[in-house]
Design a protein around this ligand. Structure first.
Ligand code: SF4
Ligand code: SF4
Length: 84
């Protein structure tokens, strides 16, 4: 298990893959807040509650709860969810 800074995940993952290391990432998505309209479409697909509404019905992402299943990726009508 590796614990790496969030801003280095993509770079390190690519390097490991180039060296044929199998990478099983936790917290594999990022949400573009500029595109997200808090419609909640992604929430129902998330099996771990990593995607949820806060008290103001704004989408929140809990990185620690994300298991990287990527079920949410295709659910967003605004394409606000990206794989890291
Ligand atoms: S990748 Fe899976 S666990 Fe993570 S936020 Fe998306 S649906 Fe939830
Ligand atoms: S489906 Fe897309 S726009 Fe809707 S809450 Fe999720 S990330 Fe935001």
């Amino acid at each position: 298990m590796l614990d790496v800074p969030e801003n280095k995940i993509k770079e390190i993952t690519e390097t490991l893959k180039q060296n044929e290391v199998i990478v099983n990432k936790k917290g594999r998505i990022i949400i573009d807040d500029e595109l997200c309209v808090d419609c909640g479409g992604c929430i129902s697909l998330c099996p771990t509650d990593a995607l949820h509404f806060n008290d103001q019905y704004q989408l929140e992402f809990d990185y620690e709860k994300c298991i990287g299943c990527l079920l949410c990726l295709d659910s967003c009508p605004r394409y606000a969810i990206e794989e890291m």
